[in-house]
Design a protein around this ligand. Sequence first.
Ligand code: BTN
Length: 272
Amino acid sequence: MADSFDLSAVAAALSATAFADRVQHLPSIGSTNVLALEAAQAGAPHGSVWIADEQTAGRGRGGHGWYSIPGDGLYLSVLLRPQMALADALWLSLATGLAAQSAIAAVTGIKVDIRWPNDLLIKEKKCGGILVETSTGASHSEAPAMLRYAVIGIGLNVNHQNFPDELQSAATSLRREDGRPWSRQTILIELLLALETQISLLEEELREVSNTAGLLERFTVASSWVCGKRVRVEEAGGYTGVTTGLDARGFLRVAGDDGKLHTVLSGGVRPY
Ligand code: BTN
């Protein structure tokens, strides 16, 4: 029996955040990201959150689907209207990965790794993913294109005990890691609190008023994939090499076995 959500308890726990009273729950939906994009277009406010028990057409990165069996996972989308250039949108993905990692650790004690840009892994199997979809405002002359809004979709495999055959070898869940079920509501609250913290830090950093370690540095510490990992990259025809850190825009660099220094733009990074 799936655990349920008490939205007034969620609102109380989030009262100091942009998400207070803005979390909506749906038993079933095609995709919370699609719903959030439509709502954003119709003027929904910054901080709106949609969470579903089930998605019938969950979207993943790179045109893939997202397995969203009823009741076992957290499937949510967060609408943000940040003062941010489109060129900075990758930072939102990285910041969300950090938020998910710290929320999972705080609730369950499980140490999740982050594969650039934002796959959440336990022992190299995927337990969560993040899909950021953006819209830009009209751009004027030389000024950089600004984000009108960003929808951050987060899928976490929380209490899944099994996966379809085609996902068995690549997917896992928090429950499969340590055998016990977890409260989706507790993780949801911790995740949104952590997201608020990471987004505030990022906004301060972009306004250059930050006095904490930058996102680039925080991500490098949090992810074992950023430096020294032998990888294969399914991009630009495919190549292999060793990761050598993030560039100033947050893209992953790989010293290729072909002698070139590559910049990974879209993901598709696998162990090799
Ligand atoms: C990935 O491929 O790693 C990203 C998966 C993102 C899945 C989440 S589940 C909630 C939200 N709604 C969607 O349709 N997708 C995202």
